[in-house]
Design a protein. Sequence first.
Length: 147
Amino acid sequence: MTSSWASRVIDADAERVFAAITTLVLHRDLIPFTRVEAPAPPLRRGDRVVATSLGVLRDTMLITRAQHPRGARRGVVIFDKTGPVLLGQARITVTPLGSRTCRVDWTEDVHLVAPLGVAGPLVDRVLAVMTRRALRLFDLQLRHQGS
């Protein structure tokens, strides 16, 4: 199992951040060489999502939880990865830290289907870099939109 976690404090309210980061078609700007097919926001339990990287690597996911932040309550979306390349779970959590600040945590607990599993250590490093980079770019996008 490959585990990756990235976290970033963002100067924006949790509801705005959650709405933006769960607009999954915009992840094309956060994750290189990837396009995402997803229902229009807001995400709901049971929604299907397909991310395709490099034009050939499909990451099919099912939303198993979509809780929007309200007041001091955190928001969370859970993606169950169903193949054909990755299995496991990804989670994005947005925790309010105040009225205009929140923390975004992005966790990937996944593994490659056999016989690709031997590439697990490489996938671990790639996911760690990808999620940190995605959150940094996401933060920059929000700052740009706010100005």
